[in-house]
Each structure stands twice: as structure tokens, then as C-alpha cells.
Design a protein around this ligand. Sequence first.
Ligand code: WQD
Length: 337
Amino acid sequence: MTSAVLVTGGAGYIGSHIVAALARAGRASVILDNFQNSSPGVVARLVRLAGTPIPLVEGDVRDAGVLRATFAAHRIGAVVHCAGMKAVGESSARPLAYWDVNLNGTVRLAEAMGEAGVATLVFSSSCTVYGQPDALPVGEDAPLRPASVYGRTKRAVEEFLRDLAGADARWRIAILRYMNPAGAHPSALIGEAPLGRPNNLVPLMCRAVAGEFDEVPIFGTDWPTPDGTGIRDYIHVDDLAEGHLAALDHLGSHPGVLTLNLGAGRGYSVLEVVGAFEKACGRPVPKVVAPRRDGDIASVYADASRALALLGWRATRGLDAICEDAWRWQRAGGRYA
Ligand code: WQD
């Protein structure tokens, strides 16, 4: 029996696409999720996509007992750690929850991995660890100046993982700094299903065009960018998921710590993304100019050359595919319940 990859947060937006990508590559997953910000309905969709059963453990990544039982019950060879809290705005109001889930969750997980003799870990980090970079595109060696509690928890987990690997050469750890994941699986069976009003641009456009919300606020048209709106590096969630598989493969022959940006390597403004989405759905996006959002930065996009050089990975799906797939998912309901 080959070993499975434990995907914490495997029912979430990115985790579910990683489970689907693992299945496409013929690899088994075990999902650990507490459904804090996801829905059990995703699992049946993943089983449909995978064509095989996918074990699910409902539990919290901070729960040592649950982790121990999971490693005892399943033959796990590696872990992709996506479980965490990720809303920038909420993180300043709830620092205790963010530090507890994101940092303590990773500490408990590493402990359980150590006990079980599993040393391969891929960690979901974020480009938010950079804050506003001095130079663009931002490379992995740029200074880390996160502007939010959320970003500081991600930076701290990165440091913790480097300390672990520094003390024990058996660890094989990939720290993946995601740019802006968006889009959905082209089957429209899985996608981003935020509970409540979406914070992020693409899911908010989906729901606004579908008539669930009035208008998409454009957070500032006075940024120092060519059209005055913020520039980000949007990466298709399936490209991102495949980056995790490439990182797992790389770790198979490279112990130590690898830190990589996963991005498309080019930036689009909010108005460019709105235009691409209008083209994909054939309707106008209702929008209104609004003040800048607290904690936003003008511009960030990745230097993604290290991932290409070391993993042979690059994003292959562009902004049009992101918008088409996101809209297809929305038209299919955009939810699991
Ligand atoms: C994109 C652009 C907004 C909503 C966040 C996290 C980041 C990462 C990805 C996890 C910005 C503008 C947005 C809206 C708008 N997540 N916008 N109106 O903030 O770049 O990144 O998600 O790690 O850490 O910070 O993504 O989709 O919210 O915003 O004008 O209603 O769209 O100002 O320029 P962001 P986003």
C-alpha cells in the first residue's frame, strides 16, 4: 500500500483543490478538517472527482489526540498543512484565535509528525509576509514586514519550521508563499465557497454578478499604479495545487527547508480583473468606487523564477481561465450545501 498525503484544511478552498490534484496524479489523500470555514459537502464532490474513497478526519489541528489517532490509523507519508485562519481584517480583532490556530496548530502538527516519524511537510504561507515590498517582482529573499496579525502568524510559523529543520536534518519542509489564489476546478464541482460576504475580489464579483450583493467596492482609485487601483498576482487555484505536488516531489530528494513564491509572476489591477471577469460572464460587474481598505498595499507580484528553476513548475492558466472557471462554479451554485 502506498502512503497517503495528509491534507490539513483539506475541505477548504485551496486544500480541496490540492486533494483533487493529488487524485489526478494517482496519489491518495487523507483530509483533516474541523469545518470551521468549510463544508462537509466538499468531500462527496472530491470523491466523485477522484473516483476513490477519501478518508476524512473531522477534527482540529491543535488537538494532539486527533493528530495521534490520524497518524496511527492511516499510512501517511507527507503532510500538506493548509488548516488555518486567513482573514486579514478579522486577524486584528482576534489575535488570540489567529496565533493559537496558526502557530499552535503547526506546533502540535509537527509534534505529531515527529512522533509518527513523518518528516515531509508542505506549509501554506502567504505573500502577505512581505507587506509592501521595496522592489517588484518580489523575490523570496526580500525582507518580511507583514502588516497584519495574520501575516505575522505566517511569518512566525515560517521561523518555527526553519528552527525545526535547523535542529534535525531529517525534516523536509517546503514553505510556499501564495500570491492571490482564485478560480475553481473546471468541473465546477469544487470552488471557493466563503461563508457570508466574501472579502476577496473574485468571489465577491461572482456573487455580485449573480445578484447576491449590490455592488463590488473598488477599494481606492488613487493608488500609485497606472489606473490607480491595486495590483496583485492572481494565480489559478489548480496551478497553485499542482505547485504543491511539485514541491512534494522535490522534497523526496532534497531534505532541509525550501521557501518558494507560488504566483503567476505578473500583476493585474483591480480594474483589469473586473474587465476580465465581465468578458468571462458576459455581464457588467456592478461596482462603486470606495475608499482604500485598511491594510491594503498598492502593488505586489511575484518573482516566480525559483519555483521554475527548482521544481520545473510555473502557472499555466491565465486570468481569463481564472475568471471563466470562477464564473462556471458560481453558475453551478457556488456552494456545497
Ligand atoms: C485583491 C485586490 C483589493 C475586494 C488577500 C490576503 C492575502 C492572501 C490573498 C491569504 C486588492 C481589491 C478587493 C473588494 C477591491 N490570502 N478589492 N474590492 O487583499 O490582495 O489578499 O487574499 O494568505 O494574504 O491579504 O486579496 O482579493 O481581498 O484583494 O477593490 O471588494 O482587490 O483592494 O487590490 P488581497 P483581495
